[in-house]
Design a protein. Sequence first.
Length: 177
Amino acid sequence: MEQSGFLNIYFADESGFSLTPCVPYGWQKIGETQSIPTRRSSQINIFGLLSRDNKFESYWTEGSNTSSTIITFLDDFVQKQATRTIIILDNASIHRSEEFVNQVEKWKEFDVEIFFLPTYSPHLNLIETLWRKIKYEWLKPKDFHCMKTLRDALQAILVTIGDKYFIDFKQPEMSII
C-alpha cells in the first residue's frame, strides 16, 4: 500500500546530540597522537520522522522532549499530510502518557494513525538507522568544536537527507508460494 501511494509510513523517534562525540574507533599514524576533546554541554534534542524513501521532517529543542513538545511537533506534521499516514513510534513514556494518548483520536480525524512497536524492539524502527549514521558516520570530529559548529553540521545534514545523505532501505520482495 505504501509503494502504490495509498498511504505514507513514517518512522519517528527522538535523539540527542551534544559535544561528546560518538567515535567508535579511529586511526592514527605511528608516533602521532590524535585526540578529540569532549566537554559537558547542553544537548540538542531532535524529533524526526523518516519514510523509507528518505522523506524527512525534523523538529529541534534544546530542552527536554516531553509529551507536550512531541504533541506540538506532531500537530505540525499532521497538518502537512495530504495522504493517509501511519506514524510508527516506540513505547517511550512520553509517547504513552495520558496527554499523548488523548491526542491520537484527534490525529485520526486527519487520517494519521499512530502505531506503537512492541516493547524492546528498537531494531524495528528504521529511524534508528538514521540516528546511527548521523552520529557514527556523517558528523565529523571537527563538528564537535562548539555548539555552533555542531548545530550547523546537524542542520546541513538534516536538510539534505534524501539528497546528499540517503539511506537505502531495501524493500524485501514478496512472493506467493
